[in-house]
Design a protein around this ligand. Structure first.
Ligand code: CUA
Length: 173
């Protein structure tokens, strides 16, 4: 009788503890999602993947200045590379990447940063980041996308703001 009730006491205690841990995790998750601004890369629009090259802004990929110290980088992921393949941005500026895929599912991961997203055909992925230091970052496709997947990469070059120059009109390759 005594043994049984002791076991029951422990069982109840562990049940309570498990419930408390669960609630704690839920609260932490809720806090991260609401107060710390953690979220999935936003879906910034939809378009017909077969018409990416003629749909603005993807008909003219590259970097543009949207405000003082704020830039937008429009890119297309395709089998197998990025268009443009190399982007130069100024350090310390807020850069918003607007990226989509013109064929299959690709990845968009910038080494050394928290930039990491999927490029889904038909959807625009939007990511914002400020590069603190100058240097080169490898841009990698990290979603298997076919036989040329391992060749799918690009370069993000971060230069001091005083050295940054906007590429010429239609400065994409
Ligand atoms: Cu594109 Cu892997």
């Amino acid at each position: 009788m005594t043994g049984e009730s002791t076991a029951q006491k422990y069982e109840n205690a562990f049940l309570g503890l498990s419930a408390a841990v669960l609630v704690l995790f839920l609260v932490a998750l809720f806090y991260a999602a609401t107060s710390m601004g953690l979220s999935l890369p936003s879906r910034a629009g939809e378009l017909d993947p077969s018409e990416v090259r003629t749909t603005p802004p993807f008909d003219d990929p590259g970097i543009r200045r949207v405000a003082e110290n704020r830039y937008e980088v429009v890119m297309i992921g395709l089998a197998w590379g990025y268009r443009p393949n190399r982007v130069t941005v100024p350090a310390g500026a807020e850069i918003t990447f607007r990226v989509t895929s013109s064929d299959v599912l690709h990845g968009f991961a910038v080494e050394g940063t928290r930039l990491n997203a999927m490029l889904i055909p038909g959807q625009v992925t939007e990511l914002t980041y400020t590069f603190g230091e100058t240097g080169e970052h490898l841009l990698l496709c990290h979603e298997y996308c076919g036989i040329g997947h391992h060749n799918m990469y690009g370069t993000i070059e971060v230069v001091p703001p005083e050295q940054f120059e906007m590429p010429g009109e239609g400065g994409s390759t």
